[in-house]
Design a protein around this ligand. Structure first.
Ligand code: GCV
Length: 841
């Protein structure tokens, strides 16, 4: 660090005591700059609430809390208008009744709000109003967001309405407390088949949801356990609904479609069988007795092994309507998932295509669904890959309501170990014009029901926050939850604006921090795409199970249909109408024409739409194969740059979040190299075409572990082979579970960084020590919890020791003690010159 004194002075001015991330964007950090504080001098000291609902009470409490946090002032609460300026909270009706003459002009869209400064009887009041209590609550949060964002609030006259009525979250929490595709600890609601006793965290989560306008949340996995709607569970689930309620969040439940048979005491779940119909009628009435304001249900049927209407030869409309009709009297909604596909496709048949499934299954049923059914459609036609076109089904439903499903939890996108800000990706889909009937029909308008005037519609985000203190594991991942809420409220907001808002609220207003974090956020999805899946081919990860590290062939030769068809000559799915699967024909002509032709298909989706030879020249002027090489090197470099960018913020934020983020970014930089090397090596071997820049397959700074002197170690093959340098690694094989590897340094004398690439499985915590010329220079434990118990692409990781003064002939020795199921596997050692900047410090 160049100016330690300056930085520490700066830190003390900013009061940088450690934060955990638990408060997320609702920190209400003290405003210390007098020029900024002055903006709030005229804020009234009194808050008046017209009405006494729990939601209004939450709004009042939040205002008191926020103003106290930002300004250190405690607002006085009253129920009648005081003889001084006041903040007045209430619905338009209540304000009109209680304080006629204040001039709150009504506005009818549910959940909308108005913030208005009015003059009455010589006083200046700030009115926070809306057509319903929830709108008032959102108005309170909006005011506080402005204040925490250091924006002026004088002479306010602001109105906002949500873009769509549905702004919901889904959770894939299992009743035992685990979370399918959750990467931040256990469920905040469930444990051991019960709802947790202490729902404090659920309450704080509901507050976070409300603060960005989220108004519904399902709390159990779409791979649903039928027991969730049995009486003993319902009583517990109702407790969560009670905690959500003051925050205007309605609870939803995921259903098992086979419930009539599994828990209903009948031998059928045929949606047209009167006994099943009767089951749903009675069951839904019973559920609403327990939770009168239930938002409705989410239903995954006939998908990935879930039972559904196909069991009886019935349609998805039959299935949906059987449940929806029972919901109708209660004004409940049924979210029927469009994620229906056959995962036992014959991979040898070039005409079969999983991407076609959603449209094929639902388009022909358009108009047959009850009005309270929404088809919940994933953003792309496959499954949350790093790059997909919009699902054509968004344009295929004119007489059926729909909602878009976006994934906040980063299943295929780095599982919150990698930084990947998803708002720009979501916006590409939302802004995409599907040209339905040749008209201007962006996805956001279709899903909101604006184009075909549907009664319902909107946005669903798969959240999967967990019990990690900072909710999503990576301190920067909460930008995705925030961004989802903001886009669901207003999809016209820009990615940069959302990134800036979030950064300011989360890390404060120091200009360098804001600029750097925003830059990193905006660069992160392109970087992740660069080092994972090129040109729309898919994420190139292990698709069978973990969905994390590279595994190029895992998507091939099986029925899951995430094929990219890479072979010795080319890569990509031919989805053309002319001679491919015909998927492109599911789009309206202007879109289909663009994708069908190699001339107009955008590079980034080329391999989603076409099978192209490696020598095919892209619009960028590069060949496909050279793009694969270049983008992977570029992406890994970008990931390395994130570390340097972050380090430039040291001392400019609290130590806790600084260090936690740094650790994740350093890990990411190492894993991005694993990705780079795996993909590049695989394509080099498969295509036989060399990298024009000579990088692929050449690792001049690397010494393979299998080429070292081994003591108590033996060589093993790694699966998939591209997960390890040279396809092989070494593991401890001595009965004492100890071993060492050695080699002589043969490079020039000088300052060097030495990286040990090893496998940190989650079934042990092996110990390593590094010796250089007989001197112990470092030691560490392989005690991370990466998502595999094998030495593979998910566990390959890197430990770097910087600034070693190496001399030719030095013995480099690693001594290891294996522990648990882990065999202290080593892949290679890489020795690279220290960057000059670091050397000079
Ligand atoms: C909840 C993907 C995920 C599954 C998930 C499924 C779905 O296939 O890998 O874990 O199941 O999507 O969305 O239903």
């Amino acid at each position: 660090m160049k100016f330690p004194l300056l930085v520490s002075l700066f830190a003390s001015v900013l009061n940088l005591s450690s934060e955990t991330g638990y408060e997320a964007w609702l920190r209400y950090a003290p405003i210390t700059d007098p020029a900024i504080r002055q903006r709030y001098d005229a804020l009234p000291a009194v808050v008046v609430v017209a009405g006494d609902s729990p939601v209004l009470e939450a709004a009042r409490e939040e205002l008191v809390r926020g103003v106290r946090g930002c300004l250190g002032r405690i607002l006085r609460s009253t129920v009648s208008l005081p003889p001084e300026n006041a903040i007045v909270l209430g619905t338009f009706d209540a304000l009109d009744r209680r304080f006629p003459g204040l001039g709150a002009a009504p506005y009818s869209t549910p959940d909308s709000f108005s913030l208005k400064t009015v003059k009455a009887n010589g006083r200046t009041h700030l009115l926070i109003t809306g057509p319903n209590d929830r709108g008032v609550l959102y108005g309170a949060f909006a005011l506080l967001r402005r204040m925490a964002g250091h924006e002026p609030i004088a002479r306010l006259d602001l109105r906002e309405s949500p873009y769509a009525p549905v702004r919901f979250l889904n959770h894939w929490d299992n009743l035992n407390g685990t979370i399918e595709r959750g990467y931040a600890g256990k469920s905040i609601s469930w444990e051991n088949d019960r709802i947790l006793e202490d729902l404090g965290r659920v309450r704080d989560y509901a507050r976070l949801m409300a603060s960005v306008g989220i108004n519904g949340c399902s709390i159990n996995n779409v791979n649903a356990d039928a027991r969730v709607i049995t009486p003993s569970y319902l009583a517990q689930v109702a407790r969560v609904a009670d905690v959500f309620r003051p925050w205007g969040v309605r609870l939803l439940i995921s259903l098992d479609f086979a419930s009539p048979r599994k828990i209903g005491g009948i031998d059928t779940f045929d949606p047209l069988d009167p006994r099943a119909v009767e089951f749903w009628g009675k069951k839904v009435d019973e559920i609403y007795r327990a939770i009168p304001d239930l938002g409705g249900f989410v239903l995954k049927a006939d998908s990935e092994g879930r039972l559904g209407p196909s069991e009886y030869g019935r349609t998805h409309a039959d299935a949906a309507n059987a449940v929806a009709r029972a919901l109708e009297p209660h004004a409940g909604l049924l979210f029927y998932r469009g994620f229906v596909y056959n995962h036992r496709l014959d991979w040898r048949d070039p005409k079969l295509d999983r991407a076609k499934a959603a449209y094929d299954n639902f388009h022909m049923l358009d108009g047959q669904f009850a009005d309270n059914v929404l088809i919940q459609i994933k953003n792309g036609p496959i499954d949350f890959q790093v790059r997909e076109p919009p699902s054509p089904l968004f344009g295929g439903l004119e007489n059926t309501s729909q909602a878009i499903e976006l994934q906040i939890t980063q299943e295929y996108l780095g599982q919150q170990r990698h930084l990947c800000f998803l708002v720009p990706m979501w916006k590409e889909t939302l802004d995409f014009d599907l040209h339905v009937h040749g008209a201007n029909t962006p996805v956001k308008q279709l899903v909101a029901g604006k184009i075909f005037h549907r009664p319902a519609g909107g946005f669903v985000g798969v959240s999967n926050v967990g019990r990690d203190t900072n909710w999503l594991g990576h301190p920067l991942a909460m930008a995705n939850l925030y961004g989802f809420g903001r886009l669901a409220w207003n999809p016209d907001l820009g990615s940069r604006q959302i990134a800036q808002e979030w950064t300011r609220l989360t890390f404060g207003h120091e200009p360098r921090v804001v600029a750097t974090v925003v830059d990193m956020l905006l660069a992160s999805w392109p970087a992740y795409e660069n080092y994972t899946g090129p040109l729309g081919a898919g994420t190139l990860t292990d698709i069978i199970n973990i969905h994390y590290g590279p595994a190029v062939e895992s998507s091939e030769y099986n029925g899951w249909g995430q094929w990219h068809r890479a072979d010795a000559k080319g890569i990509g799915m031919n989805r053309t109408v002319a001679n491919g699967t015909g998927f492109i024909g599911q789009y309206a002509p202007p879109v289909a024409l663009k994708y069908e032709s190699l001339k107009t298909c955008p590079d980034e989706l080329l391999l989603f739409m076409h099978h192209a030879p490696y020598a095919h020249v892209l619009h960028s002027g590069k060949t496909v194969i050279q793009h694969i090489y270049d983008s992977h090197y570029q992406g890994a470099d970008q990931a390395a740059r994130f570390v340097e960018q972050w380090k430039s913020l040291e001392g400019r934020m609290d130590e806790g979040r600084y260090q936690e983020t740094l650790a994740r970014l350093e890990y990411q930089a190492g894993h991005a190299r694993v990705w780079r090397d795996a993909i590049v090596s695989w394509f080099l071997k498969k295509s036989g075409i060399p990298d024009q820049l000579g990088r692929a397959g050449h690792f001049p700074h690397r010494v393979e572990a299998e080429a070292m002197e081994l003591y108590g170690y033996s060589v093993i093959d790694i699966t998939p082979w591209e997960a390890a340098s040279g396809g092989r690694a070494v593991q401890v094989s001595s009965p004492g579970r100890r071993g060492s590897v050695r080699f002589r340094y043969a490079g020039p004398p000088g300052w060097q960084d030495l990286s040990v690439q090893y496998f940190d499985e989650n079934d042990g915590a092996s110990q390593y020590q590094l010796f250089v010329a007989g001197q112990r220079v470092d030691g560490w434990a392989a005690n991370d919890t990466l998502p595999s118990r094998l030495p593979d692409a998910h566990t390959s990781t890197r430990h770097t020791v910087c600034g070693l003064a190496l001399r030719p002939g030095d013995e480099i020795r690693i001594e290891a003690v294996a522990q648990g199921g882990e065999n202290a596997c080593l892949d290679y050692v890489e020795i690279e010159p220290c960057p000059p900047a670091r050397r000079s410090r």
